[in-house]
Design a protein around this ligand. Structure first.
Ligand SMILES: C[S@@+](CC[C@H](N)C(=O)[O-])C[C@H]1O[C@@H](n2cnc3c(N)ncnc32)[C@H](O)[C@@H]1O
Length: 414
């Protein structure tokens, strides 16, 4: 039966490295019935002469061109070629976001990671996947932990050497690497070695790096050791940091403003909570702002946005946050008001201080908006002569509150 696609529907056909030979009958029929086939030049070249549709290569940059290109062929039967599974790091996502998922008829092919797991005998659901396509290499660090299996999607032929160098630099030199090239094609090849001793010349640009991590373990919950951070002393210390992240309560996809970023630890641990979390760190001191960027790279969250400048002025124009942390600048005029006003309804505001002046301000806000006012007093056991005693750190006052869904204007101006 020919699966004739109505003209308003776009067939999105996943193609493997084996081209036409590897396509299922439904995928072949969709391409045979198309009047226009849009794809990358490499994918279009895989089609046999029997596919008579007009062949249209994607322009570059692709995303802004998609709606116009689809509109230009309105009324004709359109098929789009995708590599592997269209919805796995592919054109399927762009199409769903630009023309709408309900216009798409998606015909998936096994993805490159399905092929890789098949070759390695790794269960797909236990394998972490990290893409380096259009993303910084430093993001790989967040996935490294002793005993984990990773599949790294390389951006090009240099990917394996870059992965090996990063692993060696982060204490994972003993990790076993296997580079799987041209999965599913005649030229398929696997190259193997360890990260520290990697010396293979660059191979095929289409490759996935399978990593069996051998190195330090990476804890999942907030409260990394203080020495995980480069710092000039402006750092929310481990126990208070863990309590602060608990109050901020990151959920997938949420955005944090970390105001008075210092060394960046609050924003960094927020981002490590989930790969879809987003954060902006605002720091007035340029040297500290640069340090925040370095800490974000080292700890695997290069997506942290750092804004250099004094709050509240530097907050103007930032996207609406789901949570705000104020770690510095509490007494700057209008800072707390600006943060509270910007916060999304239902969002959390958490502010920490060690000074009495700022504590007085937090008491005022606590009386006005409720929430929780707590005092965190951490002491560490230290040697006292031949004995052991407590050394008390400066107590931290923490106010946290949830912004009500609808707050009256009178309350705002009080
Ligand atoms: C105690 S540190 C914050 C520590 C940080 N949470 C961490 O763990 O790295 C306070 C920081 O706020 C910054 N700061 C103070 N007032 C500010 C303002 N108005 N705007 C932006 N940053 C400010 C200071 O430069 C300092 O780096």
């Amino acid at each position: 039966m020919t699966a004739l696609v109505p003209a308003s529907e776009i067939a999105v056909v996943g193609v493997g490295a084996d081209g036409w030979a590897g396509l299922a009958p439904a995928a072949r029929e969709a391409l045979a019935a198309a009047e226009v086939v849009i794809g990358g030049p490499r994918q279009l070249a895989l089609l046999p002469a029997g596919v008579t549709a007009e062949r249209v290569p994607w322009p570059s940059p692709l995303r802004p061109a998609v709606p116009g290109l689809i509109a230009a062929h309105a009324g004709r039967r359109i098929a789009v070629l995708a590599s592997g599974d269209p919805l796995f790091h592919g054109i399927g996502r762009t199409l769903a976001e630009t023309v709408g998922a309900d216009r798409l008829r998606i015909l998936p092919h096994p993805s490159s990671v399905s092929y890789a797991c098949a070759r390695l005998g790794w269960p797909l659901e236990d394998t972490e996947v990290v893409s380096l396509v259009g993303r910084p290499l430093a993001g790989l660090t967040a996935a490294l932990s002793d005993g984990r299996r990773l599949l790294v999607l390389s951006a090009d032929a240099d990917g394996p050497a870059q992965v090996a160098a990063l692993l060696a630099d982060r204490g994972f030199g003993a990790s076993r690497l296997r580079v799987l090239e041209q999965l599913g094609a005649d030229r398929e090849r696997i190259v193997e070695g360890t990260a520290a001793a990697w010396s293979h010349p660059a191979g095929d640009p289409l490759n996935i790096v399978a990593v069996e991590c051998a190195g330090p373990r990476s804890p999942l919950v907030p409260g990394l050791p203080d020495d995980a951070y480069e710092s000039d002393g402006q750092l929310t210390k481990r126990h208070v940091r863990a309590a602060t992240l608990a109050a901020l309560a990151p959920a997938p996809g949420e955005l944090l403003w970390d105001v008075g970023g210092g060394s960046g630890s609050i924003a960094i641990e927020w981002l490590r909570a989930h790969r879809s979390c987003r954060a902006v760190s605002v720091e007035r001191d340029p040297a500290r702002a640069a340090r925040i960027g370095r800490n974000a790279d080292t700890l695997g969250v290069p997506r942290l946005r750092v804004v250099t400048g004094p709050a509240p002025a530097a907050l103007a124009g930032l996207p609406v946050p789901d949570a705000v942390f104020v770690g510095g600048g509490l007494t700057a005029p209008g800072l707390l008001e600006a943060c509270w006003q910007a916060l999304a309804p239902g969002g959390r505001l958490v502010a920490n201080t060690v000074t009495l002046e700022s504590e007085a301000l937090l008491l005022t806000w606590y009386r006005r908006h409720g929430g929780e006012l707590v005092r965190l007093a951490v002491a560490h056991a230290v040697p006292v002569g031949g004995f052991t005693g407590w050394r008390q750190a400066m107590p931290v006052t923490q106010w946290s509150a949830v912004k009500p869904a609808a707050e009256s204007i009178e309350e705002e101006v009080q």
